[in-house]
Design a binder for this molecule. Structure first.
Ligand SMILES: *[C@@H]1O[C@H](CO)[C@@H](O)[C@H](O)[C@H]1NC(C)=O
Ligand SMILES: *[C@@H]1O[C@H](CO)[C@@H](O)[C@H](O)[C@H]1NC(C)=O
Ligand SMILES: *[C@@H]1O[C@H](CO)[C@@H](O)[C@H](O)[C@H]1NC(C)=O
Length: 304
């Protein structure tokens, strides 16, 4: 029972296509009609979404994902011209819980994808995302101890994949930046070490259980390590909804039983979410072989 009021709506989904055709079906609800203004089907590299150490148990690569939020911290809107996979990244101000605690920083030219330890490529996130950030506004106080937090609306009853993008373009020398990263009240990265300058890095986390509230809070704050000046940064963030056990991404359809969660089920997800009026962009992720190299690098990243 999808419906669009006055605004235009873009919906983006990602699925692992395991056959040579992708069927997308729009079905009108009773006494209504279905429509679509445009559609894009984009093939993305296998390395974009993988089952690595922190997400492995969920089996991400056999799930259907819906992009809930894609945000460029401390920078402008990044549109398809500046993204190798035609994604759009929106600015973060409107998601900040307290704008007075945060400030923006930008050094786009500094971003260096080419060093050996870089986990990220331009397909993971573009330079304008890694080269701009939101950081603590410590106002010269070396005892600053607060979090910078963002809040995002989510659908209760679903698990989410949260991808954090970091790139330390702000420190002037090594070993100056260690901080904590939280997802709701859960600490996902204690004493994160971003000493390595200007190297793009990302981390994936899947929420441990289905969301109970309709808000997901992301926070960054100083670590308890006795390090230099307290600071914490975030460059970009993606929040993706995972299909539920019924193979659905729609709250309304969550009770419909489903025989299994095979790739057939994933195509069903697109159908289910497309009922009703619909102005849509569908991003179909064609993911074939798990890239071992990327997995190994990710494991190293997580063990840091
Ligand atoms: C997009 O890329 C163009 C050059 O290709 C550049 O001039 C512009 O500043 C970029 N915009 C953003 C928001 O990154
Ligand atoms: C930052 O947020 C986390 C998670 O909610 C909380 O446990 C911690 O006490 C907060 N730190 C500060 C300095 O407010
Ligand atoms: C897509 O799904 C198939 C079948 O489940 C699996 O073998 C393959 O590894 C998946 N692709 C990726 C990129 O994970």
């Amino acid at each position: 029972d999808f419906s669009v009021q006055n605004a235009s709506v873009v919906k983006e989904f990602s699925v692992n296509v395991t056959s040579d055709s992708l069927v997308i079906t729009f079905t009108p609800s009773e006494n209504s009609f279905a429509f679509l203004n445009a559609i894009e089907v984009v093939s993305v590299p296998d390395q974009l979404i993988t089952d690595d150490a922190s997400t492995g148990s969920v089996g991400l690569t056999s799930q259907a994902l819906e992009t809930s939020w894609r945000v460029n911290m401390g920078g402008p809107t990044v549109s398809f011209e500046n993204d190798t996979l035609w994604r759009t990244w929106v600015p973060d101000q409107s998601f900040l819980v307290n704008e007075n605690l945060a400030k923006e920083f930008s050094n786009i030219a500094a971003v260096n994808y080419d060093v050996g330890s870089a986990l990220a490529t331009k397909d993971i996130a573009p330079q304008t995302v890694y080269g701009t950030l939101t950081e603590m506004k410590s106002a010269g106080d070396p005892n600053s101890n607060f979090n910078v937090s963002w809040e995002f609306t989510v659908d209760p009853g679903f698990q989410y994949l949260v991808r954090f993008h970091f790139c330390n373009v702000v420190s002037k020398s090594l070993n100056q930046l260690y901080f904590n990263v939280y997802l709701d009240s859960w600490i996902v990265a204690p004493n994160l070490d971003l000493s390595e300058l200007a190297v793009p890095y990302y981390m994936d986390y899947v929420t441990t259980s289905a969301a109970v509230s309709n808000k997901l809070r992301i926070s960054i704050g100083p670590s308890s390590l006795n390090n230099a000046y307290p600071n914490a940064i975030l460059n970009g963030l993606e929040i993706m909804k995972l299909n539920n056990s019924a193979g659905s991404l729609s709250g309304a359809n969550s009770l419909v039983p489903s025989s299994n969660s095979s790739s057939k089920g994933n195509v069903g997800v697109i159908v289910g979410a497309s009922v009703g009026s619909f102005i849509a962009v569908v991003l179909a992720a064609i993911l074939f072989v798990l890239c071992r190299r990327r997995k190994r690098l990710a494991d190293q990243g997580h063990s840091k």
